[in-house]
Design a protein around this ligand. Structure first.
Ligand code: PEP
Length: 253
């Protein structure tokens, strides 16, 4: 059975005290209000991971993710953070291939394949992000484009390795824009991606992979999106910065 997951990508937001306050509020609200089985993954700036680990220690359904990691193990790569370093502080997940990393830092499908390998080699689950631009949606085989991102970055994995990966479909035109894909648009892509995984790994494996939707998810849009059969939760940016809003999204899973 695949997991229901709601992840919050804080991007480059929150100062130290704010990060602690948001995490404490989320843990308290989830404790009081969230029932059932849902994994909540917070993706704060890496500098806060060690501190925030203490604030989620008594919340078994909370976990932390880094927003990025290097494809290299160690060495002269100033400013980079390795998967081994994340493992050494107990981080269980890492975002790989967020569209902002692809766009502003030129991360290619091949580099992302190497980052996926680096994470998995340290027992860290990649949350692999994929998605098309508005231009691609309007002018190209946009489903084929996203399938190809998955082929080039994930299809070298064994089935056992793939089962440790979470996929996040995030149409670029919906990220930070206030434009959410409709539940039908998102379901169409999620179903196509699951079938793509099944074509390589078989349907038993594909059925066990959580595929999250991301792109301007709010408490108002979450319930309808999360009710779609192939949408297993969300990767939330802006709305994850507010404890009330994010808790309501978690409750909608
Ligand atoms: C994201 O950054 O992954 C994201 C989905 O952002 P937002 O929810 O703000 O569109």
């Amino acid at each position: 059975m695949r997991k229901k997951i709601v992840a919050g990508n804080w991007k480059m937001n929150k100062l130290s005290e704010e990060a602690v306050a948001l995490t404490s509020e989320l843990v308290n609200m989830a404790n009081d209000e969230v029932q059932g089985d849902v994994k909540v993954i917070l993706c704060p700036p890496a500098i806060y991971l060690t501190t925030l680990a203490k604030y989620i220690a008594d919340a078994p359904n909370f976990a932390l993710a880094a927003q990025n990691c290097s494809d290299k193990d160690s060495g002269a790569f100033t400013g980079e953070i390795s998967a081994g370093m994340l493992q050494s502080i107990g981080v269980g997940y890492v975002l790989i291939g967020h569209s902002e990393r692809r766009q502003y830092f030129g991360e290619s499908n091949a580099l992302l394949a190497a980052k996926v390998d680096a994470a998995l080699s340290k027992g860290i689950s990649p949350i692999f992000c994929c998605g098309e631009s508005l231009d691609q949606r309007q002018n190209e085989d946009f489903i084929g484009f996203v399938k190809n991102q998955i082929t080039e970055s994930l299809f070298h994995l064994s089935a056992e390795q793939l089962l440790s990966v979470v996929i996040a479909y995030e149409p670029i035109w919906a990220i930070g824009t206030g434009l959410t894909a409709s539940a039908e648009q998102a379901q169409e892509m999620h179903k196509a991606l699951r079938e793509h995984l099944a074509s390589k790994y078989g349907s038993a494996v594909a059925d066990d992979i959580s595929i999250l939707y991301g792109g301007s998810v709010t408490a108002a849009s979450a319930a309808e999106l999360f009710a779609a059969p192939d949408i297993d939760g969300g990767l939330v940016g802006g709305a994850s910065l507010k404890s009330r809003e994010f808790t309501n999204i978690i409750k909608a899973r």
